[in-house]
Write a protein that binds this ligand. Structure first.
Ligand SMILES: [Zn+2]
Length: 117
C-alpha cells in the first residue's frame, strides 16, 4: 500500500496528539543525540515519521490511533469487506498499528456496510 504525502502529513500531525508516539519521539530524539547508532531500538525516525523495525521485513510506518478508522475504511473498501483475516493481512504488510487486534475487531463489528448485507 502506498502512503500518500497528505496521509504522511496527517500522521506526523497526529503523533503529537498521542501520548505513546510523543513519548517514543522524545526517546528517539534523545537517543539519536547521544549515540547515532541506536540500532537496538525497536523504532526509528525517518523524515519525522516513526517506523517500527520488524526484523524480517521492511520497517513499518507507525500509524496514529486517530487515523485507524480512516485506514481501515480505505483498505476494507478496497478488498470488498472480505473479512477479518484479509484486512489484517493487508494492514500489517507495511504499517504498524499499536493495539491493532482490538481496534480492528471493533471496527469490523460495527461496519455498517457489512451489517446491511
Ligand atoms: Zn464492511
Amino acid at each position: 500500500m502506498k502512503v500518500s504525502d497528505q496521509l504522511q502529513q496527517d500522521i506526523k500531525h497526529e503523533y503529537a496528539e498521542e501520548l505513546k508516539w510523543e513519548h517514543i519521539l522524545q526517546i528517539l530524539e534523545r537517543k539519536n543525540a547521544l549515540r547515532p547508532d541506536a540500532a537496538r531500538l525497536l523504532y526509528e525516525i525517518r523524515d519525522d515519521l516513526i517506523f517500527y523495525k520488524d526484523l524480517e521485513k521492511e520497517p513499518h510506518l507507525c500509524m496514529s490511533k486517530s487515523l485507524y478508522s480512516r485506514m481501515f475504511k480505505i483498505v476494507y473498501d478496497n478488498i470488498d469487506h472480505s473479512g477479518y483475516a484479509q484486512i489484517h493481512e493487508r494492514l500489517i504488510n507495511l504499517l504498524y498499528f499499536y493495539d491493532l487486534l482490538k481496534n480492528l475487531y471493533e471496527y469490523i463489528q460495527h461496519c455498517s456496510q457489512c451489517q446491511l448485507s
